[in-house]
Design a protein around this ligand. Sequence first.
Ligand code: ATP
Ligand code: MG
Length: 459
Amino acid sequence: MRISQLLKSTEYGSKVTVKGWVRTKRGNKNVAFIALNDGSCVANIQIVADLAKISDEQLKPVTTGACIRVDGTLVESLGKGQGVEVQADTIEIYGTADPDTYPLQKKGHSLEFLRDIAYLRPRTNTFGAILRIRHAMAFAIHKYFNDNGFYYLHTPLITASDCEGAGAMFQVTTLDMNNLPKTEDGKVDYSQDFFGKSCSLTVSGQLEGELGALSLGRIYTFGPTFRAENSNTPRHLAEFWMIEPEMAFYELEDNMELAEDFLKYLIRYALENCREDLEFMDKMWDNGLIERLKSVIACDFVRLDYTEGIRILKESGRKFEFPCDWGCDLQSEHERYLVEEHFKRPVILINYPKEIKAFYMKLNDDGKTVRAMDVLFPKIGEIIGGSEREADYGKLSARVKELNIPEKDIWWYLDTRRWGSAPHSGFGLGFERLLLFVTGMGNIRDVIPFPRTPKNAEF
Ligand code: ATP
Ligand code: MG
C-alpha cells in the first residue's frame, strides 16, 4: 500500500508493509521514530521501532535518505496531527545513504541549491508536491479536451520551416560540425544533411494544428516546444511544454470564452484534487496561494482592447522601465500593472497592432490591428497567446509576401485557405506558466523536473 492510502486507513491492528525513503530518525535508548515518505503524498508515516525488537545495529544504517522496507502493525497514533503509525516488526534496508555525502540532510535548502542537484530534488517535500501537481494538471488538460470533443493531435517536433515566427530555433543536424560540406558559393550544403535540408526543433505546433482543426473540427496539441531565446528570465525556458487547441468555426469571442473556461477548469481541478500539496505550497512558499486560486475562478476576466490598455497605462502616471506607446509590445511590468493594480483580476487583451503579432492573425476592418488575444494573469503576466486566424487566401498570401516569408516553407499552409477554408481560432498555453500560477513558485526552473536554460542542460 502507498503511504497516502495507509494514512487514511482505520484498520488498526492489521499487518502492513511500507516501502520508502527515510526523511528523519530520532528517538532515545528505548525507541526510534522514523519519518518515512514514498512520494505518494507530502505527509510522512511514522515508523515506531522498539529497540527491544529491532537492534541498534540494525537501526544504524537507517539514516536520512536511506530506502527501507518495514513490516509491522498499523496502530492509532497518539502523536498530534497524525492518525496512524506503524509499529515495526522488521526493517530491511534496500539502499543506504551515507550521512557524510548525501546532500539532502537538513530541511530548508534554498531553491538555488536544489536547482544544482535537480536530480535529487524530487525527494524533497517541495518538489514532490510540485511534481504531483504537474501530473494532475497534465491529466486534467487531457480530460478537459476529451470531455469537450477535442482530439489530441501529435504535431512534429522536427520541422523544416523556419517561419513559425514564435522565437529563435535550435538546429537539428547530423552533419559533422568540424567538417561541414559546402556548396560552390561557400554555404553549408544541407542537401547532404539527414533530411536533405536545414531543419530545426519546433517553436509551436500551431500551423500543423490548423490542418487538424480544418479536418477534425477541434484538436489540441500538448508537447515539448523549443525556443533558443537567450532570455534569462524567471518565465522562459529553452524547452517547455505547450498546449495548443485549435478550433474550426471559432471566432475571437469563442476563443476567449474557451480560454477562460479552460483555465478556470484547471484551477478548480487543482483545488479539488491537489488540496494537501497546495496547502503545503501555500504554507511554505506563497501565503495566499489558495485564496488567489479561488479568486481567479470566482471572477469574470476583463476583456480589453490593446488601444484601451495603452491609454490606461499612459494615464496611470506610473514610471515604467520600458515605454508603452501605441505599437509597442507590452512588457511583463505593463501586463502586471493592468492585472494586479488596475483591474485586480485576469485580463484578456485583444486587437493588437499587426506589426507586433504573427503573420497568420486575422486582420481587423481597420487594417491596422489583428484579432490577437493574450491572457494576462496575476504574478505571471502572459499565460496564453492566441488569435483568430486569417482564413482569407488573398489577405494571408499578401501578408506572407509583405513579410518575405519564403514560399517553399509556407505553400502547404496557404493551400488550406485555397480549399475549404473556414473561420478558425486557437491559442497556446505555456504549461510551466500555468504551473507557476498554480503552485505559487516564482521561477519557471522550479516547475519542470529538468530545466533547460541558457548554459544549462544538466541531468
Ligand atoms: P513571451 O512574450 O512571454 O515570450 P510569447 O509571446 O513568445 O511569450 P507565444 O509565442 O504566444 O508566447 O507562446 C504561447 C505561450 O507559450 C505563452 O503565452 C507562454 O505561456 C508560453 N511561452 C512562450 N515562450 C515560453 C518560454 N520560453 N518558456 C516557457 N513558456 C513560454
Ligand atoms: Mg517569447
